[in-house]
Write a protein that binds this ligand. Structure first.
Ligand SMILES: [Zn+2]
Length: 195
């Protein structure tokens, strides 16, 4: 049976780990996942640069090694940092992607969860534009829930956790302003998926 060509370019189609609707900005900060990695964890973060200032492009610049370290005093403290995340959700809910979900992004650092170390190996990182202790926007929760559902459609997600849960004592994000019960309500994932 002949399939219309348009079906191959359907906007709902992920291609090699890339979300079709995300604004794509390719980061050089990634590597291959270990052979046989079971990508079953979503890690939630919060970030803003400088911390607490929303709306600029410094996060996108950081993730693509384009940040001018001299542009703000805070940037001195992270000079030379090479990091990335798969996704970034801005305050208005807009979605960015920097690394294919099939590749290993650099968001978790030293970490362990569900009995396995080095969570970058087998997780997908989502950064919410925000600050530890600040709250998040309705549009961010909606986009996050949609994104988690999309990811789970393509990968065997069994856990959703915060950076604070996979690196306790070292990391605090997304922080107390993130409403886990709200995310649980928006998603139809089993309760044991959440921290
Ligand atoms: Zn984090």
């Amino acid at each position: 049976m002949r399939v219309p060509a348009s079906d191959h370019t359907s906007p709902a189609h992920w291609q090699q780990g890339w979300h079709p609707q995300a604004q794509r900005l390719v980061s050089p900060n990634f590597g291959p996942r270990p052979a046989g990695a079971c990508i079953d964890l979503i890690v939630l973060h919060s970030i803003s640069l400088p911390p607490g200032q929303y709306g600029g492009d410094a996060v996108q610049r950081l993730f693509t090694n384009q940040l001018d370290w001299d542009a703000h005093p805070y940037f001195q403290s992270i000079r030379g940092l090479e990091v990335s995340s798969h996704f970034y959700i801005r305050r208005d809910g807009s979605l960015w992607q920097f690394v294919s979900c099939d590749e290993r992004a650099w968001h978790a650092g030293q970490s362990q969860y569900r009995g396995r170390p080095n969570c970058n190996d087998d997780s997908i990182g989502i950064e919410l534009e925000g600050l530890e202790g600040d709250t998040f926007e309705d549009a961010q929760y909606q986009q996050l829930a949609d994104l988690c559902r999309e990811i789970r459609h393509h990968y065997p997600i069994a856990h959703v956790a915060g950076h604070e849960h996979i690196a306790p004592g070292r990391k605090l994000d997304p922080g107390p302003g993130f409403e886990w019960p709200r995310l649980k309500q928006l998603l139809d994932f089993p309760p044991q998926v959440f921290p």
